[in-house]
Design a protein. Sequence first.
Length: 260
Amino acid sequence: MNFENILCDLSDGIAVVTVNRPDKLNALNQITISELDACFMALAKDSACQVVVMRGAGEKAFVAGADIGEMATMKADEAETLARRGQALMNRIENLGKPVIAAVGGFALGGGCELAMACSFRYAAENAKLGLPETGLGLIPGFGGTQRLARLVGKGRALELVLMGGMISADEAAAMGLVNKVLPQEDLMPAVMKVASILAAKSSFTLRMALQAVNEGLEMSQESGCHLEAALFGVCGASEDAHEGCSAFMEKRKPNFQKP
Ligand code: COA
């Protein structure tokens, strides 16, 4: 896949998607949003891709937000359309059916923080700075940030970040559960790639079921979520991968899961 503003490298089941506008701190302009959308649409269908790693080019930023230059003179319908396009991208990533790991180095602000939150989980470098600074621009987060942040860290912390519009350090983000782990800058990508390779060796069918159970279950009451979990457990339990995984454990060998 050839794009102007993103790179996508796929090998050994792992696709590394890089937002590649380092001179603009990888800000998400309209072209970049379209390219990310097309890339994730293709990765969803590509059976060679089992796991995705999302990163930004350069050392300074993961993604410093939506492109502010494109937002300076928006009309209401244009702003709403932008939000819907951004949200559609984030929903596609969250519901890809494959794990997406965010490798957050440097700034992850606004749409960048929202992009990281749409991923399955986040590892951050010590230099990461996260936040939703939109109120300082006379805006509110529009790519799902008001919704995903409250679900990830709770309403009180989300409201503080959204209303104040400040930036927090990687350690602060980890303490509130916004990122899962903080690593020295040089260790970030090796650690993320190691986790990605562990996931790539698992049953992709099983991972899809697990993602569905958590993502869809969170939108339901706990009781309904447990019904969903039981139904998906039923589907998994009857699968060849479950039979292979359990047999392999009993036979003290590594499982040999189906290739998608
Ligand atoms: N949209 C468009 N351009 C952006 C951008 C964004 N969100 N964030 C950074 N850039 C551009 C800058 O305009 C600058 O471009 P230039 O060299 O052509 O002038 C370049 O990226 C480097 O940014 P700069 O501001 O010079 O770097 P810095 O180290 O001084 O500051 C930040 C870094 C992240 C604090 C600052 O760029 C910033 O506040 N960015 C906006 C963050 C934001 O509000 N995001 C939410 C948008 S909804």
